[in-house]
Design a protein around this ligand. Structure first.
Ligand code: ATP
Length: 313
């Protein structure tokens, strides 16, 4: 769906390298997260995909078509773009902001109104209350949802998101992120999301591309990065949050072979798809059992920790 081949970008008279020969592919419906510390080239990479920046070398393809072959304004109509500071127009109402791209595409007024209302309802901003308000009358979390609705309005197959939850306070950030993940409008889209927040990357990414100094250090699933790091940069980057990330990334089914059998029936609250984090939350009061592939296993604190240790060895 999206393919980068040996893409590089340099800035300034000294041709300082911002992005250094990176290649990756994002499949249809996948969310790829570009993760890394400030200045590692995430935003530059993202902006070369919608041609807000031009690559100095290499090729970018969307659906097999090289993006250079399309005028930037046509290209951008099929790519939703969400920014940290939302980029909403302050003198446009919420519904005018959301309907911007459909208007440019010359949809008729009824279709724009219908689409705007649908999106506002889905994003918990009922049109009756918010359609005629202005962005500055909304909270940060609400403005972020308007920014997302605007990016989704013309139903683009591709969504590029640059620190979309970055301006929100930690609690709002977690709830807006959960809502985003659960949104049916998101599930079928191909998304590239930039963040420096490891937990966010692990929660939202189908795969994660960890960058440093313009280069890809590793591109893989959360489990690849955690348990099969490509180099010491990758493991040290994750170390500060390692325990939490491991508990949230490992599922009961991953540990199945190392968990003890349940000898007597115990209350069942978990499934094999539950994460170890969810299991720990559930077993704070009593052990639980899980049935998977016609076997019943016991989940208690000691058994779970021993199974995690065995999995890692
Ligand atoms: N327009 C520009 N002119 C000169 N240098 C730039 C420009 N844009 C980015 N850079 C430099 O390129 C490098 C990569 O920047 P980029 O914004 O892509 O990093 P980032 O990983 O997105 O960082 P952040 O998380 O802080 O946004 C940095 O060293 C930055 O200073």
């Amino acid at each position: 769906m999206i393919k980068l081949e040996h893409v590089s970008k340099y800035f300034g008279p000294e041709k300082k390298t911002a992005v250094d020969d990176i290649s990756f592919e994002v499949k249809e419906g996948e969310t790829l997260v570009l993760l890394g510390t400030s200045g590692c080239g995430k935003t530059t990479t993202l902006r070369m995909i919608n041609r807000l920046l031009e690559a100095d070398s290499g090729h970018v393809y969307i659906n097999g078509k090289e993006i250079q072959s399309l005028p930037p304004e046509i290209l951008r109509r099929s790519i939703g773009y969400v920014l940290q500071n939302t980029g909403l127009f302050p003198h446009y109402t919420v519904s005018e902001n959301i309907g911007l791209v459909p208007s440019l595409l010359q949809w008729d007024k009824n279709r724009i109104r219908e689409r705007t209302t649908t999106l506002m309802d889905k994003l918990r901003l009922p049109a009756a209350t918010y359609a005629d308000t202005y962005p500055q009358q909304l909270s940060g979390g609400q403005q972020q949802r308007v920014g997302l609705a605007r990016a989704l309005a013309a139903d683009p197959p591709v969504l590029l998101m640059d620190e979309p939850f970055g301006a929100l306070d930690p609690l709002t950030r977690i709830s807006v992120r959960r809502e985003f993940k659960a949104l049916d409008e998101i599930s079928h889209r191909t998304i590239i999301l930039v963040t420096h927040d490891v937990e966010e990357a692990f929660e939202l990414g189908t795969r994660i591309c960890l960058m440093n100094e313009g280069k890809i250090q590793q591109l893989g699933t959360a489990a690849d990065l955690l348990f099969r790091p490509a180099n010491t940069f990758v493991s040290s980057f994750l170390d500060p949050q390692r325990l939490q990330l491991e508990l949230k990334s490992l599922h009961i089914r991953d540990l199945w072979n190392w968990l003890p059998a349940a000898t007597s029936p115990v209350s069942k609250q978990l499934t094999a798809q539950s994460t170890c984090w969810e299991a720990l939350e559930a077993i704070t009061t009593q052990p639980v059992s899980v049935v998977y592939e016609q076997e019943q296993k016991l989940i208690d604190g000691n058994g779970l920790m021993a199974a995690i240790a065995a999995y890692k060895n």
